[in-house]
Each structure stands twice: as structure tokens, then as C-alpha cells.
Design a protein around this ligand. Structure first.
Ligand code: TYM
Length: 334
């Protein structure tokens, strides 16, 4: 039986990914590449919705690829590529835009939040069509699963709707994908505001644990994390969102169950617990940071690996696009 197909993407909008990106999405990518035909991309075209200095975007795209490899995404086991190196993404996005309702796109909550924050005058059309480009990323590869965090669920729903709409209107071209979301890790929260998700666009980075932070910076962030009333180390998302978030992070990185951690810290204070979580996190992140820096240092090798990925991605994507164009009555060239 042929392997199931997986596709996911991540934006290179910052100098570092954060713990939410790793636990919600990338950790799944690493597992899934072992038994699936996996395609993972750095979505640099999506990053254009946020105005960035071109030199910085280039640096961050390579740094993103290096972080993924350092985290265990293995270009020998999966297809790792840069989105803009596969022109079919934009080509399919246009086709999908033509079958998306204006109101339908306007209902995307991420668009509503972001455009609300920026104000209508500073919101670009790219931000509006962003989820349609994401749908193209996924449908081009005939993906079965899309490993993501909770905040992407609505975009995957839209992808399914657009795929089904095209199939019934024109021809059965697309496989309809499903989101793969690990419930317990789907929303890692900000250490300073444990009711809000950890996010690259947070106003303060004090509660955002970045993978490229130095060990001292990581320890500081955990030591000053916001905890809750009471003093028991107990998982209770409603009453104790801060401690519950720290327990989730600790458990995901140490491999210990939440129950075992609660027992281990019975009778101990928040201070001891915060310090222990910090140590667990530093132990995992520090080697990843060192490996990332070594990988970006060898730019030629990094570019070579990405080129292999984009060649494979182009082959698969071009085949789907040709089927789409033919189903639409667009005349093939030659
Ligand atoms: P992005 O770059 O914002 O985030 C990358 C992945 O990290 C997950 N994530 C989280 N998971 C748990 N807790 C958090 N606090 C947290 N913050 C972020 C996201 O859910 C995501 O899986 N639109 C996408 C990029 C994209 C994409 C795609 C994804 C473009 N094309 C195709 C899947 C398939 C985004 O902005 O992710």
C-alpha cells in the first residue's frame, strides 16, 4: 500500500520559531515523516503579507529551514522546500480565488483579527487571500493530513470546502485533506498571559519562548512566568491556566506524564517547579540552537538540500496543476 501524504508549512516571519510552533506542529512533522510521504515548506510568499526588509526575509527563510532540520525534519526522509521555488502554488491560488466567495474569505478569524489590529487602510489584499494560497499549498500535493496547531483549523476547513467545490464543479482532481491536531499540544500559551496562545506577533516577547533564545534568556522567561492563585502543582486549565501550561510543556519535552509530574512536585512550591521546567526546556533547546547556527553557517549545503526538495515538490505540484488546468478548459501549451 502506498504511503499516506502529509503537507504542512511555517512562516519565516521572525528570527526564531517558538515553543508553540515546535510542540503544536513541528514535533508532529518529525514523527509523521517516518511513515508518510511528507512535504514541508517554508512559506515565504505568505510572509510577504507582513512588510519585511528583503535581506531579512532571505536570512529568516534560511534560518527557518535550518531550525526545521535542527529540530529533526530530515531532508532525506521528507521533501523540505521553499514555497516560492514552486510557482504552481501561486497558479493554483488564482484558480481557487475564483471559486471562493468574498464573504467566505472574510469570515476567516485570523484575517478578522489581523485586519482589525492593523486597520482597513493598512490591511493588504494578500492578508485577505492568504488562506486561499494556503489551500493551494495543501491541495497541490493531494495531501491526506495537515499537521498543525489549533489556530489553523479554520483554514484547513476552507481548504476542504474549496477542494470539494472544485471536484464537484469540474472534475475529481483533489484529494480532500484532514487537519491533524494533537489536542493536548494544539494551543501552547504565553508564559505571561496563560489564557492567550504563544504567538510570534505578541506585543511583548517576555512570555514567548523562542527556540533561538540563549539558555539564560529561557531560564529568565520561565522564572518570571505568571502562575495562579494557590500553591498546588495540579493540572486544571480553568482554575490554573499558568501551571497547566507549564505542565503541558514539561510533559511534552521530558516524556513524563502529567500525573507523574504532579506526584513528583506534590508538596513543593511554584518556584521549584518553574526552575525544573526551565531546565527541561534548556536541555532540549540548547543543542537545537547550536545545530541551527552550524547549519546556517554552511549556506551552500543548506541551499543544496532545499533545491533537491523544490525539484521534487515541483514535479508533484506541476502534475496536479496540469490536471486542474485541463479540467477548467485552459489550453495546454504545446
Ligand atoms: P505559523 O507560521 O503561524 O505557525 C506554524 C505552525 O505552528 C502552529 N502554532 C502553534 N501550535 C500550538 N500552540 C501555539 N501557540 C502555536 N502557534 C503556532 C500553527 O498552528 C502552525 O501549524 N498559515 C500557517 C502557515 C501555512 C500552512 C500552509 C500550514 C501556510 N501554508 C499549509 C499548513 C499547511 C501559519 O501561519 O502558521
Amino acid at each position: 500500500m502506498s504511503k499516506k501524504r502529509v503537507l504542512s508549512g511555517i512562516q519565516p516571519t521572525h528570527d526564531s520559531f517558538h515553543l508553540g510552533n515546535y510542540l503544536g506542529a513541528i514535533k508532529q512533522w518529525v514523527e509523521l515523516q517516518k511513515e508518510h510521504d511528507a512535504f514541508y515548506c517554508v512559506v515565504d510568499l505568505h510572509a510577504l503579507t507582513v512588510e519585511t526588509d528583503p535581506k531579512l526575509l532571505e536570512q529568516r527563510t534560511l534560518l527557518s529551514a535550518a531550525q526545521l532540520i535542527a529540530l529533526g525534519v530530515d531532508p532525506k526522509l521528507c521533501t523540505l522546500f521553499i514555497q516560492s521555488q514552486v510557482p504552481a502554488h501561486n497558479q493554483l491560488a488564482w484558480v481557487l480565488e475564483c471559486i471562493t466567495g468574498f464573504g467566505e474569505a472574510g469570515r476567516m478569524t485570523q484575517f478578522k483579527d489581523k485586519s482589525h489590529k492593523k486597520g482597513a487602510d493598512r490591511t493588504n489584499v494578500g492578508l485577505f487571500t492568504y488562506p486561499i494560497l494556503q489551500a493551494a499549498d495543501i491541495l497541490l500535493y493531494q495531501a491526506d493530513f495537515v499537521p498543525v496547531g489549533e489556530d489553523q483549523r479554520q483554514h484547513i476547513e476552507l481548504t476542504r470546502d474549496l477542494g470539494q467545490r472544485f471536484n464537484s464543479k469540474y472534475k475529481e482532481v483533489f484529494n480532500i485533506p484532514a487537519a491533524k491536531i494533537i489536542k493536548s499540544l494544539a494551543k501552547i500559551n504565553d508564559l505571561q498571559d496563560p489564557n492567550s496562545k504563544m504567538s510570534k506577533s505578541a506585543t511583548s516577547m517576555a512570555g514567548v519562548v523562542e527556540l533561538m533564545d540563549t539558555p539564560d534568556a529561557t531560564i529568565k522567561k520561565f522564572k518570571s512566568s505568571v502562575t495562579d492563585a494557590g500553591k498546588e502543582i495540579k493540572f486544571d486549565e480553568k482554575e490554573k491556566p499558568g501551571i497547566s501550561n507549564l505542565l503541558t510543556i514539561n510533559s511534552a519535552l521530558s516524556g513524563k506524564s502529567i500525573k507523574d509530574l504532579e506526584n513528583e512536585f506534590a508538596g513543593k512550591g511554584y518556584g521549584d517547579f518553574k526552575l525544573q521546567v526551565a531546565e527541561v526546556v534548556v536541555e532540549v533547546l540548547n543543542p537545537i540552537r547550536t545545530r541551527t547556527l552550524a547549519l546556517v553557517d554552511d549556506r551552500a549545503e543548506l541551499l543544496r538540500m532545499l533545491k533537491v526538495g523544490s525539484e521534487k515538490a515541483n514535479q508533484v505540484a506541476d502534475k496536479t496543476l496540469a490536471d486542474v488546468y485541463s479540467a477548467l478548459g485552459l489550453i495546454a501549451n504545446g
